[in-house]
Design a protein around this ligand. Structure first.
Ligand SMILES: *Cc1c(COP(=O)(O)O)cnc(C)c1O
Length: 374
């Protein structure tokens, strides 16, 4: 595509805002190292660009879910500490270990598999399930994992570098599960020490816990959504200045004046009650714009809020521009930091009955992504 042609639809990622958010989060947890979580293509913001910016902002760790994501960071030139935590059985761990990626064991079986396929002594972090009931060893599985890891380390076959867990309800600070999980985690750490292991990194805080639970900051905090300037939960109270990093905007593909009584888009779910100007935005659910936000979402044109009207389609959606001047090619912003009156991704999440995480990670399709402040 010609670079001189303005994009039809674009996501602009503000890396200065991202670095500032990370600095603000690091300041919340002064005694801890910072892991920038860049899984799912950096929450839709571009994993490599965001990863580089995270290093500049002082993140000593990058966190990803899958082994492929960790290897993609290495292919992209990242040489710092990286942890991954989600894998299916019978993987070849050699490329990861050779690339110096730290891997997570959630069971004895997984630990043995890692050791068996590692070409050199792997650096392994142990994950304990303290109540989320997803990954991590639970109950007697945990005892067995600690025993196997201690034996493996004593015989020189692996190095245990960390122990970690993940919260279920950190975005609800008063939820009793939070204290229960912290208590369970401290007990798990005692088990590890009793087995003769001294892992340097103990961690369990996600964004919500970084913002609200200093007792869980420990040696390292893992910041995802808040680093992108979005809320773990819009109700979560905190006083950390965070700025949304991604702006989604497009140029109007068509503008038309229509009379009162004009029904719009599939199913005719919305009808004009006055003469107005409709604008056609070339973005739809094929690009990751949530169809469930139909009927509730807003955008901004020329600094004013405009409603998204009728159903959001695969490739396009319609905004009601009212009587304001509007031209084909004019810019409509779906969400961003709010500087020009536009909603945020969190506003789109509430319109769609979901969370900001889903709004940004879904973006793709034909959207052209660019980065500012690289
Ligand atoms: C995604 C993820 C995080 C980041 O969570 P946020 O709520 O986005 O901060 C941290 N730790 C693990 C294990 C994760 O999977």
């Amino acid at each position: 595509m010609s670079t001189t042609m303005p994009p039809q639809a674009e996501a602009v990622v503000d890396l200065d805002a991202y670095r500032q958010n990370l600095a603000a989060l690091a300041a919340c947890a002064p005694g801890a190292q910072l892991m920038a979580v860049v899984k799912a293509d950096g929450y839709g913001h571009g994993m490599l660009e965001v990863g580089r910016a995270a290093r500049e902002a002082g993140a000593t760790w990058l966190g990803v879910a899958t082994p492929e994501e960790a290897l993609a960071l290495r292919s992209g030139g990242d040489t710092g500490d990286v942890l991954c935590w989600l894998s299916t059985p019978r993987r070849d761990w050699a490329p990861l270990v050779r690339a110096g990626v730290e891997v997570t064991a959630s069971s004895v079986e997984q630990l043995e598999e890692i050791v068996a396929s590692a070409p050199t002594r792997p650096r392994v972090q142990l994950k304990v399930d303290t109540g989320l009931s997803r990954n991590g060893a639970f109950g007697s599985q945990w005892d067995a994992l600690v025993t196997a890891a201690a034996l493996g380390q004593a015989s020189g076959r692996l190095e245990v570098t960390g122990v970690w867990s993940h919260f279920a309800c950190a975005d609800e600070p008063d939820h009793p599960a939070n204290d229960a999980q912290e208590t369970a985690f401290r007990a798990a750490l005692d088990d590890v020490l009793a087995a003769g292991l001294e892992p340097g990194l103990r961690h369990m805080a996600n964004s919500a816990a970084v913002l609200t639970r200093p007792s869980a900051h420990l040696d390292l905090v893992r910041a995802g959504i808040a680093s992108y300037g979005l809320a773990p939960n819009p109700q979560l109270q905190h006083d950390v200045p965070l700025r949304p990093v991604l702006t989604l905007r497009a140029r109007l593909a068509a503008v038309k004046r229509v009379p009162a009584g004009t029904s719009v888009s599939y199913g005719h779910t919305w009808t004009t009650d006055r003469e107005t100007t409709l604008g056609l935005v070339p973005l739809g659910y094929g690009d990751g714009v949530l169809r469930a936000a139909s009927g509730g979402a807003q955008a901004a044109a020329r600094g004013s809020r405009v409603p998204v009207v009728g159903r959001i389609c695969m490739d396009q959606l319609v905004v009601d521009l009212g009587d304001a001047p509007a031209d084909r090619g004019g810019v409509v912003t779906l969400f961003g930091p709010g500087d020009d009156g536009e909603p945020t991704a969190d506003d789109w999440a509430s319109a769609a009955g979901t969370i900001g995480y889903e709004v940004v990670t879904r973006l793709g399709g034909r959207i052209q992504r660019s980065h500012r402040g690289a």
